[in-house]
Write a protein that binds this ligand. Structure first.
Ligand code: ZN
Length: 270
């Protein structure tokens, strides 16, 4: 695996989806999100703070040497991602730099052993210290920018804001990988092949977390890229707005393209 960048998205969103219907969720989720966000901010209130135009970086002493690089990378891609998805966050975005995976997992109540390079949750981006995954001798700046989690997690943040929590996990993962591709030409799962047929929409929607991880992310990327290739980023922007208004993804895709999403996914080459 070239890069370990499994974002743990939001079991909570899934739970909300089960409890509420889409419309209620797009109303209730932003409220819940603010409460949860404050709790996480409290956990790192003793961390040092650096500010840039659009970001707030929380970090510990051992990571002070990375702060400029993190800010530079985040700001460099800010407008590209914002313009692609058609939304600018109203507040500065917090990025927490965790010195150990243990601390990050604890603050996010992740299952032990599940070490993601970055996490997006409830309006906050968290990343592991570059010291934990970039080896001495590697080109720090280049590796962090191209393989690092910043563009990926920032995309999750914007998707979540526009769609108000109302989206399937595969769709936000696909969009995050699509943005990485558009920004850095980083192509997820290149060289990995499906043993069987590529995953269907139903599998992506219902079983994303239990499918083969590489291939599930690869399929999510292929499908979102195919949507942008055929219909353009403007259609993706419209779909995100529809989701934020409580429409589900299938309804929105049909409204914006006149095609059924199931058959569109089947038509995307694996
Ligand atoms: Zn992700």
């Amino acid at each position: 695996m070239k890069k370990k960048n499994i974002t743990i998205i939001i079991l909570l969103i899934f739970l909300f989806g089960l409890i509420f219907n889409n419309k209620l969720m797009s109303f209730a989720y932003p409220v819940y999100k603010n409460i949860a966000k404050t709790k996480i901010e409290n956990n790192v209130k003793n961390y040092k703070t650096a500010y840039s135009k659009h970001f707030i970086i929380k970090y510990t002493d051992s990571d002070s040497k990375y702060v400029d690089l993190i800010i530079e990378t985040a700001e460099k891609h800010y407008y590209d991602v914002v313009n692609d998805l058609g939304y600018m966050p109203t507040d500065k975005t917090m990025i927490i730099v965790y010195p150990t995976p243990y601390k990050m997992n604890r603050d996010f109540s992740l299952v032990k052993g599940d070490d993601a390079m970055g996490i997006y949750l409830v309006g906050i981006i968290s990343i592991q210290s570059p010291a934990l995954w970039i080896k001495p001798g590697q080109n720090l700046k280049e590796v962090f920018e191209k393989e690092g989690p910043v563009v990926h997690e920032f995309t999750h943040l914007i998707v979540d804001d526009i769609a108000k929590g109302n989206y399937p996990v595969w769709f936000t993962e696909g969009l995050a990988l699509l943005e990485e591709y558009r920004q850095d030409k980083y192509e997820w799962g290149e060289g990995y092949n499906y043993n069987d047929k590529p995953y269907t929409l139903k599998q992506l929607t219902d079983d994303f977390d239990t499918l083969d991880e590489m291939l599930a992310y690869k399929r999510a990327f292929q499908v979102t890229k195919a949507i942008s290739d055929k219909y353009g980023m403007s259609t993706i922007r419209s779909i995100l707005k529809d989701l934020g208004n409580g429409m589900n993804l299938k309804e929105s895709f049909y409204k914006e393209t006149g095609e059924e999403l199931d058959s569109f996914v089947l038509s995307v080459k694996g």
